[in-house]
Design a protein around this ligand. Structure first.
Ligand SMILES: O=C(O)c1ccccc1NCC(=O)[C@H](O)[C@H](O)COP(=O)(O)O
Length: 215
């Protein structure tokens, strides 16, 4: 059994948080991208995070945030990490890390080999990386689309200066294969553990963590 750490993104209710903890997730994501059905308001996130099960790391997902956005979020929500899911530059990642004093995870969208090139630079400033499927052109959301990229792209490129997690189209059925093919030690999922859009399913969360940790 491998010690694989799982992040489940898009917590909307206290029941979601409890089910994620009971399933064995290490991190949960609170989504502040207002156009997503998975998003929560700052007040909702503050209530969820303040009352979170002990030991669950609370990650705030933002897309190209301004300082005002982050001031408002971090001023009310007790987060353990900020996830940057937009086109934030290396300099902006460093600036956010310094200004807020929280670990930062930078997401890199991948569709082809060249998309991996910027990772070395981001790895010098980010505390964690998420290697996710690039959103297709015209997609409504920059992430959480339930699509995978070619895991073979990571076969020879998986050692970076920062810890990383694999994301994109992972499900209880394919997560073991994804871990074996990529060597990921951390995985992230949103739509693959939902029974309807933005509705987390406790059985699927449990099945996902079990399958990931059984590799
Ligand atoms: O999930 C969303 O709605 C979302 C919206 C805007 C930016 C990012 C978003 N999700 C990011 C995640 O962390 C997802 O877990 C990751 O992209 C994988 O999603 P999925 O393919 O659905 O498992």
């Amino acid at each position: 059994m491998a010690d694989i750490r799982v992040k489940i993104c898009g917590m909307k209710t206290r029941a979601d948080m409890e089910a994620a903890a009971a399933a064995g997730a290490a991190y949960v994501g609170l989504n502040f991208y207002a156009k997503s059905a998975r998003s929560v308001t700052i007040a909702q996130a503050a209530a969820l995070a303040s009352d979170a099960p002990v030991g669950l790391a609370k990650v705030g997902l933002v897309v190209n945030p301004t300082d005002a956005d982050l001031d408002a979020i971090t001023g009310s929500v007790p987060l353990d990490m900020i996830q940057l899911h937009g086109q934030e530059s290396v300099e902006r990642v460093a600036e956010i890390k310094t200004r807020y004093g929280l670990p930062v995870m930078k997401v890199i969208g991948v569709a082809e080999a060249a998309d991996l090139d910027p990772i070395d630079l981001y790895a010098q400033v980010a505390d964690q990386l998420m290697v996710d499927a690039k959103a297709p052109k015209g997609a409504k959301l920059p992430g959480g689309n339930g699509i995978s990229f070619d895991w073979q792209l990571l076969a020879s490129k998986k050692y970076w200066q920062a810890p990383w997690m694999l994301a994109g189209g992972l499900t209880p059925e394919n997560v073991a294969e994804a871990i074996r093919k990529t060597g990921a030690r951390q995985v992230d999922v949103a739509s693959g553990v939902e029974s309807a859009p933005a509705q987390k399913d406790p059985d699927l969360m449990r099945a996902f963590v079990e399958a990931a940790q059984a590799v």
